[in-house]
Design a protein around this ligand. Structure first.
Ligand code: TTP
Ligand code: MN
Ligand code: MN
Ligand code: MN
Length: 382
Protein backbone atom coordinates (compact mmCIF):
# COMPACT_ATOMS: atom_id res chain seq x y z
CA UNK A 1 0.00 0.00 0.00
CA UNK A 2 2.76 2.36 1.01
CA UNK A 3 4.73 1.31 -2.10
CA UNK A 4 1.75 2.23 -4.26
CA UNK A 5 1.35 5.49 -2.38
CA UNK A 6 4.98 6.37 -3.09
CA UNK A 7 4.28 6.46 -6.85
CA UNK A 8 1.88 9.36 -6.31
CA UNK A 9 4.59 11.46 -4.68
CA UNK A 10 7.46 13.21 -6.34
CA UNK A 11 10.41 13.44 -3.98
CA UNK A 12 11.86 16.28 -6.03
CA UNK A 13 8.82 18.52 -5.46
CA UNK A 14 9.69 21.87 -3.89
CA UNK A 15 6.75 21.63 -1.46
CA UNK A 16 7.30 19.42 1.58
CA UNK A 17 3.51 18.98 1.86
CA UNK A 18 3.57 16.95 -1.38
CA UNK A 19 6.34 14.57 -0.32
CA UNK A 20 6.40 11.60 2.02
CA UNK A 21 8.71 12.35 4.89
CA UNK A 22 9.24 9.59 7.46
CA UNK A 23 10.36 10.16 11.05
CA UNK A 24 13.61 8.30 10.45
CA UNK A 25 15.03 8.28 6.92
CA UNK A 26 17.72 6.19 5.17
CA UNK A 27 20.14 9.14 5.46
CA UNK A 28 19.58 9.94 9.12
CA UNK A 29 23.30 10.40 9.92
CA UNK A 30 23.62 13.06 7.24
CA UNK A 31 20.44 14.71 8.48
CA UNK A 32 21.86 14.90 12.02
CA UNK A 33 25.05 16.59 10.76
CA UNK A 34 23.02 19.11 8.75
CA UNK A 35 20.87 19.76 11.83
CA UNK A 36 24.00 20.85 13.68
CA UNK A 37 24.73 23.32 10.86
CA UNK A 38 21.16 24.58 11.01
CA UNK A 39 21.25 24.96 14.79
CA UNK A 40 24.54 26.85 14.62
CA UNK A 41 22.92 29.36 12.26
CA UNK A 42 19.87 29.58 14.54
CA UNK A 43 22.03 30.29 17.57
CA UNK A 44 23.98 32.98 15.75
CA UNK A 45 20.83 34.61 14.40
CA UNK A 46 20.99 33.90 10.66
CA UNK A 47 17.38 33.14 9.72
CA UNK A 48 17.93 32.93 5.94
CA UNK A 49 20.60 30.35 6.37
CA UNK A 50 18.42 28.45 8.87
CA UNK A 51 15.64 28.27 6.29
CA UNK A 52 18.06 27.05 3.61
CA UNK A 53 19.24 24.22 5.87
CA UNK A 54 15.66 23.40 6.94
CA UNK A 55 14.66 23.01 3.30
CA UNK A 56 17.69 20.92 2.39
CA UNK A 57 17.14 18.67 5.41
CA UNK A 58 13.46 18.22 4.50
CA UNK A 59 14.41 17.32 0.91
CA UNK A 60 16.95 14.74 2.05
CA UNK A 61 14.46 13.29 4.54
CA UNK A 62 12.11 12.56 1.63
CA UNK A 63 14.80 10.78 -0.40
CA UNK A 64 13.96 7.08 -0.11
CA UNK A 65 17.41 5.53 -0.64
CA UNK A 66 20.75 5.68 1.06
CA UNK A 67 22.77 8.41 -0.66
CA UNK A 68 26.07 7.04 -1.95
CA UNK A 69 27.06 9.72 -4.47
CA UNK A 70 26.62 13.48 -4.68
CA UNK A 71 24.98 13.08 -8.10
CA UNK A 72 21.95 11.45 -6.46
CA UNK A 73 21.09 14.67 -4.61
CA UNK A 74 21.79 17.32 -7.26
CA UNK A 75 18.25 16.84 -8.61
CA UNK A 76 16.72 17.37 -5.19
CA UNK A 77 15.36 20.85 -4.46
CA UNK A 78 17.31 23.22 -2.22
CA UNK A 79 20.61 21.34 -2.59
CA UNK A 80 23.07 23.86 -4.03
CA UNK A 81 26.83 23.67 -4.33
CA UNK A 82 27.46 24.48 -0.67
CA UNK A 83 25.23 21.78 0.78
CA UNK A 84 26.18 19.48 -2.13
CA UNK A 85 29.79 19.72 -0.99
CA UNK A 86 28.75 18.89 2.56
CA UNK A 87 26.87 15.83 1.28
CA UNK A 88 29.99 14.78 -0.66
CA UNK A 89 32.12 15.22 2.47
CA UNK A 90 29.65 13.17 4.45
CA UNK A 91 29.63 10.36 1.88
CA UNK A 92 33.45 10.28 1.92
CA UNK A 93 34.14 10.65 5.65
CA UNK A 94 30.87 10.09 7.51
CA UNK A 95 31.04 13.67 8.77
CA UNK A 96 30.64 17.30 7.75
CA UNK A 97 33.78 19.11 8.95
CA UNK A 98 31.97 22.36 9.90
CA UNK A 99 29.36 20.41 11.87
CA UNK A 100 32.11 18.58 13.73
CA UNK A 101 33.74 21.91 14.56
CA UNK A 102 30.48 23.32 15.96
CA UNK A 103 29.72 20.18 17.97
CA UNK A 104 32.97 20.59 19.86
CA UNK A 105 32.94 24.39 20.11
CA UNK A 106 32.45 25.83 23.59
CA UNK A 107 30.32 28.69 22.28
CA UNK A 108 27.98 26.42 20.28
CA UNK A 109 27.52 24.03 23.19
CA UNK A 110 26.87 26.85 25.65
CA UNK A 111 24.35 28.64 23.41
CA UNK A 112 22.62 25.32 22.80
CA UNK A 113 22.28 24.64 26.52
CA UNK A 114 21.16 28.20 27.33
CA UNK A 115 18.44 28.13 24.62
CA UNK A 116 17.20 24.76 25.85
CA UNK A 117 15.40 26.79 28.54
CA UNK A 118 11.95 27.77 27.25
CA UNK A 119 11.82 31.56 27.14
CA UNK A 120 15.52 32.00 26.35
CA UNK A 121 15.98 32.60 22.64
CA UNK A 122 19.24 32.95 20.71
CA UNK A 123 19.43 36.71 21.30
CA UNK A 124 19.11 36.41 25.09
CA UNK A 125 21.46 33.43 25.07
CA UNK A 126 24.17 35.41 23.27
CA UNK A 127 23.75 38.25 25.76
CA UNK A 128 24.02 35.82 28.68
CA UNK A 129 27.03 34.16 27.04
CA UNK A 130 28.75 37.55 26.87
CA UNK A 131 28.11 37.89 30.61
CA UNK A 132 30.04 34.64 31.05
CA UNK A 133 27.13 32.18 31.48
CA UNK A 134 27.69 28.77 29.92
CA UNK A 135 25.18 26.25 31.31
CA UNK A 136 22.07 25.58 33.40
CA UNK A 137 23.96 25.82 36.68
CA UNK A 138 25.22 29.28 35.69
CA UNK A 139 21.65 30.26 34.76
CA UNK A 140 20.26 29.08 38.08
CA UNK A 141 22.88 31.11 39.92
CA UNK A 142 22.24 34.14 37.75
CA UNK A 143 18.46 34.05 38.27
CA UNK A 144 18.76 32.90 41.90
CA UNK A 145 16.78 29.71 41.43
CA UNK A 146 17.17 26.34 43.11
CA UNK A 147 16.09 23.15 41.41
CA UNK A 148 12.77 22.07 42.82
CA UNK A 149 12.98 18.42 43.69
CA UNK A 150 10.47 17.70 46.45
CA UNK A 151 7.87 19.96 44.90
CA UNK A 152 4.57 18.66 46.10
CA UNK A 153 4.15 22.44 46.27
CA UNK A 154 2.49 24.22 43.47
CA UNK A 155 4.15 27.28 42.10
CA UNK A 156 1.86 30.09 43.05
CA UNK A 157 1.37 32.36 40.13
CA UNK A 158 -1.02 35.21 40.81
CA UNK A 159 -3.84 35.77 38.31
CA UNK A 160 -1.79 38.73 37.07
CA UNK A 161 0.88 36.33 35.90
CA UNK A 162 -1.55 34.66 33.54
CA UNK A 163 -2.24 37.50 31.22
CA UNK A 164 -2.47 37.44 27.49
CA UNK A 165 0.89 36.92 25.92
CA UNK A 166 2.89 37.41 29.10
CA UNK A 167 6.26 35.71 29.01
CA UNK A 168 8.82 37.03 31.39
CA UNK A 169 11.58 36.43 33.84
CA UNK A 170 8.93 34.85 36.07
CA UNK A 171 8.55 32.23 33.35
CA UNK A 172 12.26 31.62 32.96
CA UNK A 173 12.67 31.18 36.72
CA UNK A 174 9.74 28.76 36.83
CA UNK A 175 11.22 26.75 33.97
CA UNK A 176 14.65 26.62 35.65
CA UNK A 177 13.03 25.15 38.74
CA UNK A 178 11.52 22.27 36.77
CA UNK A 179 14.17 22.12 34.04
CA UNK A 180 15.36 18.58 34.77
CA UNK A 181 11.79 17.31 34.61
CA UNK A 182 10.68 19.08 31.47
CA UNK A 183 13.78 18.05 29.54
CA UNK A 184 13.02 14.39 30.28
CA UNK A 185 11.37 12.82 27.22
CA UNK A 186 7.78 11.57 27.48
CA UNK A 187 6.86 8.05 26.28
CA UNK A 188 3.69 7.55 24.24
CA UNK A 189 1.73 5.79 26.99
CA UNK A 190 2.24 8.74 29.32
CA UNK A 191 1.27 11.22 26.57
CA UNK A 192 -1.99 9.30 26.22
CA UNK A 193 -2.57 9.17 29.97
CA UNK A 194 -2.00 12.93 30.26
CA UNK A 195 -4.53 13.57 27.46
CA UNK A 196 -7.11 11.27 29.10
CA UNK A 197 -6.60 12.97 32.41
CA UNK A 198 -6.89 16.50 31.00
CA UNK A 199 -9.98 15.46 29.06
CA UNK A 200 -11.65 14.07 32.18
CA UNK A 201 -11.18 17.46 33.86
CA UNK A 202 -12.47 19.25 30.76
CA UNK A 203 -15.63 17.11 30.89
CA UNK A 204 -16.31 18.53 34.35
CA UNK A 205 -16.07 22.06 32.94
CA UNK A 206 -17.91 21.33 29.68
CA UNK A 207 -19.49 18.10 28.49
CA UNK A 208 -19.28 16.92 24.87
CA UNK A 209 -15.85 18.19 23.81
CA UNK A 210 -13.58 16.31 21.41
CA UNK A 211 -9.79 16.26 21.19
CA UNK A 212 -6.84 15.08 19.13
CA UNK A 213 -3.32 14.62 20.45
CA UNK A 214 -1.16 16.41 17.89
CA UNK A 215 2.55 17.38 17.65
CA UNK A 216 5.41 14.94 17.40
CA UNK A 217 3.34 12.22 19.08
CA UNK A 218 0.94 12.18 16.15
CA UNK A 219 3.84 12.09 13.70
CA UNK A 220 4.91 8.85 15.35
CA UNK A 221 7.65 9.95 17.75
CA UNK A 222 8.22 7.32 20.42
CA UNK A 223 9.40 9.99 22.85
CA UNK A 224 8.06 13.55 22.90
CA UNK A 225 9.33 16.78 24.39
CA UNK A 226 5.85 17.88 25.31
CA UNK A 227 2.17 17.04 24.86
CA UNK A 228 0.11 19.03 22.36
CA UNK A 229 -3.69 18.63 22.50
CA UNK A 230 -6.24 20.35 20.26
CA UNK A 231 -9.81 20.57 21.61
CA UNK A 232 -13.14 21.60 20.21
CA UNK A 233 -16.86 21.45 20.97
CA UNK A 234 -19.41 20.50 18.28
CA UNK A 235 -21.66 23.44 19.18
CA UNK A 236 -20.42 26.77 17.81
CA UNK A 237 -19.35 29.31 20.45
CA UNK A 238 -19.36 26.79 23.31
CA UNK A 239 -15.56 26.56 22.94
CA UNK A 240 -15.27 30.30 23.68
CA UNK A 241 -13.44 30.94 26.95
CA UNK A 242 -13.05 27.21 27.66
CA UNK A 243 -9.27 27.25 27.62
CA UNK A 244 -9.01 29.60 30.58
CA UNK A 245 -11.69 27.67 32.46
CA UNK A 246 -9.87 24.39 31.89
CA UNK A 247 -6.56 25.85 33.05
CA UNK A 248 -8.20 27.22 36.19
CA UNK A 249 -9.74 23.81 36.86
CA UNK A 250 -6.39 22.07 36.35
CA UNK A 251 -4.69 24.58 38.64
CA UNK A 252 -7.24 24.08 41.37
CA UNK A 253 -6.76 20.31 41.04
CA UNK A 254 -3.00 20.91 41.38
CA UNK A 255 -2.23 19.40 37.98
CA UNK A 256 -1.10 22.59 36.29
CA UNK A 257 1.77 24.05 38.26
CA UNK A 258 2.87 26.80 35.87
CA UNK A 259 1.21 28.68 33.07
CA UNK A 260 3.90 29.90 30.71
CA UNK A 261 1.54 31.52 28.25
CA UNK A 262 -2.19 31.97 28.01
CA UNK A 263 -4.02 33.63 25.18
CA UNK A 264 -7.76 34.06 25.03
CA UNK A 265 -9.96 34.44 22.05
CA UNK A 266 -9.41 37.48 19.90
CA UNK A 267 -11.32 38.35 16.78
CA UNK A 268 -9.23 37.95 13.64
CA UNK A 269 -7.60 41.23 12.77
CA UNK A 270 -5.26 42.46 10.10
CA UNK A 271 -3.04 43.73 12.88
CA UNK A 272 -2.48 40.44 14.63
CA UNK A 273 1.17 39.62 14.85
CA UNK A 274 1.17 35.93 14.07
CA UNK A 275 -1.15 33.36 12.70
CA UNK A 276 -1.47 31.54 16.02
CA UNK A 277 -2.98 34.47 17.87
CA UNK A 278 -6.65 33.78 17.41
CA UNK A 279 -6.89 30.29 18.88
CA UNK A 280 -7.27 30.09 22.62
CA UNK A 281 -4.24 28.33 23.99
CA UNK A 282 -2.32 27.67 27.18
CA UNK A 283 1.29 26.55 27.37
CA UNK A 284 1.55 24.90 30.76
CA UNK A 285 3.64 22.79 33.09
CA UNK A 286 1.57 19.83 34.19
CA UNK A 287 1.78 16.87 36.55
CA UNK A 288 -0.40 13.81 36.58
CA UNK A 289 -2.35 13.41 39.84
CA UNK A 290 -0.88 11.14 42.55
CA UNK A 291 -3.18 8.20 41.86
CA UNK A 292 -1.76 7.56 38.36
CA UNK A 293 0.95 5.04 37.62
CA UNK A 294 3.49 7.29 35.89
CA UNK A 295 6.14 7.88 38.52
CA UNK A 296 9.85 8.28 38.28
CA UNK A 297 11.61 7.11 41.45
CA UNK A 298 8.46 7.82 43.48
CA UNK A 299 8.10 11.33 42.08
CA UNK A 300 5.68 12.71 39.55
CA UNK A 301 7.51 14.37 36.68
CA UNK A 302 6.50 17.84 35.53
CA UNK A 303 5.61 17.80 31.85
CA UNK A 304 5.13 20.55 29.29
CA UNK A 305 1.54 20.39 28.04
CA UNK A 306 0.11 22.68 25.33
CA UNK A 307 -3.69 23.03 25.30
CA UNK A 308 -5.25 24.53 22.18
CA UNK A 309 -8.95 25.27 21.66
CA UNK A 310 -10.39 25.61 18.17
CA UNK A 311 -13.91 26.56 17.08
CA UNK A 312 -15.54 23.54 15.45
CA UNK A 313 -15.53 25.17 11.98
CA UNK A 314 -11.74 25.23 11.95
CA UNK A 315 -10.99 22.21 14.12
CA UNK A 316 -9.34 20.17 11.36
CA UNK A 317 -7.20 23.10 10.28
CA UNK A 318 -6.08 23.46 13.89
CA UNK A 319 -5.32 19.73 14.12
CA UNK A 320 -3.24 19.89 10.92
CA UNK A 321 -1.57 23.12 12.03
CA UNK A 322 -0.56 21.64 15.38
CA UNK A 323 0.52 18.27 14.00
CA UNK A 324 3.49 19.75 12.15
CA UNK A 325 6.22 19.38 11.28
CA UNK A 326 7.09 23.05 11.11
CA UNK A 327 8.49 22.64 7.57
CA UNK A 328 5.39 20.72 6.48
CA UNK A 329 3.24 23.59 7.80
CA UNK A 330 5.36 26.19 6.12
CA UNK A 331 5.07 24.54 2.71
CA UNK A 332 1.38 23.79 3.20
CA UNK A 333 0.77 27.51 3.68
CA UNK A 334 2.88 28.32 0.62
CA UNK A 335 1.22 25.62 -1.52
CA UNK A 336 -2.28 26.76 -0.59
CA UNK A 337 -1.39 30.36 -1.41
CA UNK A 338 0.34 29.50 -4.73
CA UNK A 339 -2.09 26.87 -6.03
CA UNK A 340 -5.38 28.01 -4.56
CA UNK A 341 -4.99 31.65 -3.70
CA UNK A 342 -6.06 30.83 -0.16
CA UNK A 343 -4.48 31.48 3.20
CA UNK A 344 -4.14 28.34 5.31
CA UNK A 345 -3.21 28.30 8.98
CA UNK A 346 -4.34 26.64 12.19
CA UNK A 347 -7.14 29.20 12.51
CA UNK A 348 -8.71 28.16 9.20
CA UNK A 349 -8.66 28.67 5.44
CA UNK A 350 -9.72 31.94 3.82
CA UNK A 351 -9.84 33.04 0.20
CA UNK A 352 -7.32 35.82 -0.29
CA UNK A 353 -9.49 37.54 -2.90
CA UNK A 354 -12.55 38.17 -0.72
CA UNK A 355 -11.66 36.85 2.78
CA UNK A 356 -14.41 34.24 2.46
CA UNK A 357 -13.81 31.22 4.74
CA UNK A 358 -13.37 27.74 3.20
CA UNK A 359 -14.86 25.15 5.54
CA UNK A 360 -13.63 21.58 5.92
CA UNK A 361 -15.43 18.74 7.66
CA UNK A 362 -12.48 16.38 8.15
CA UNK A 363 -8.72 16.30 7.97
CA UNK A 364 -8.87 14.56 4.57
CA UNK A 365 -11.29 17.22 3.43
CA UNK A 366 -8.68 19.90 4.13
CA UNK A 367 -6.19 18.03 1.91
CA UNK A 368 -8.80 17.63 -0.85
CA UNK A 369 -9.79 21.29 -0.75
CA UNK A 370 -6.15 22.32 -0.98
CA UNK A 371 -5.60 19.98 -3.94
CA UNK A 372 -3.21 17.73 -2.07
CA UNK A 373 -2.84 13.95 -1.91
CA UNK A 374 -3.54 12.67 1.59
CA UNK A 375 -0.42 12.27 3.68
CA UNK A 376 -0.57 10.28 6.89
CA UNK A 377 0.63 12.28 9.93
CA UNK A 378 3.55 9.83 10.31
CA UNK A 379 4.80 10.96 6.88
CA UNK A 380 4.72 14.69 7.70
CA UNK A 381 8.16 14.75 9.31
CA UNK A 382 9.73 17.26 6.90
P1 TTP B 1 6.12 21.43 19.24
O1 TTP B 1 5.39 20.87 20.40
O2 TTP B 1 7.05 22.57 19.53
O3 TTP B 1 7.02 20.32 18.51
P2 TTP B 1 6.70 18.81 18.15
O4 TTP B 1 5.43 18.38 18.81
O5 TTP B 1 6.75 18.71 16.69
O6 TTP B 1 7.90 17.96 18.74
P3 TTP B 1 8.31 17.83 20.33
O7 TTP B 1 7.25 18.49 21.13
O8 TTP B 1 8.44 16.38 20.63
O9 TTP B 1 9.62 18.56 20.42
O10 TTP B 1 5.09 21.91 18.15
C1 TTP B 1 4.02 21.11 17.73
C2 TTP B 1 3.43 21.65 16.48
O11 TTP B 1 2.64 22.77 16.76
C3 TTP B 1 4.48 22.14 15.51
O12 TTP B 1 4.71 21.16 14.55
C4 TTP B 1 3.92 23.37 14.89
C5 TTP B 1 2.85 23.78 15.83
N1 TTP B 1 3.12 25.00 16.58
C6 TTP B 1 2.27 26.03 16.41
O13 TTP B 1 1.32 25.91 15.66
N2 TTP B 1 2.46 27.19 17.10
C7 TTP B 1 3.48 27.34 17.97
O14 TTP B 1 3.62 28.41 18.57
C8 TTP B 1 4.38 26.23 18.16
C9 TTP B 1 5.52 26.33 19.11
C10 TTP B 1 4.15 25.10 17.46
MN1 MN C 1 5.13 18.79 20.83
MN1 MN D 1 9.66 21.18 20.92
MN1 MN E 1 4.22 22.01 21.92
Amino acid sequence: DLERAKDKFDNSSRYACTRLCPLVCPNQGLVEELRVMKQARELEGEPRSVLAYSRAIAAIKSFPHRITSERQVTDLPYIGTKIGTMVADYIRTGHIPEAQAFSTSIRFRALKELTSVHGIGPLTARRLYDLGLRNITDLRNYYGVNPDNDSQDIESLTPDDIQDGKESEVGIKAVLRVYDDITTLIPRAEVEEIARCVYAELCVVQKGCAYTITGGYRRGKLMSNDVDIVFTHPTPMVDRGLCKKLVERLRSRRMVSHVMHLSSFRAPSALRKSQWDTLEKALTVFRLPPETKFYDGGKRIHRRVDLIFAPVEVYWCAVIGWTGSTMFERDLRQWTKDKRGWKFDSTGIVKLSNSEPVLATSERHVFELCGLEWIDPTMRNA
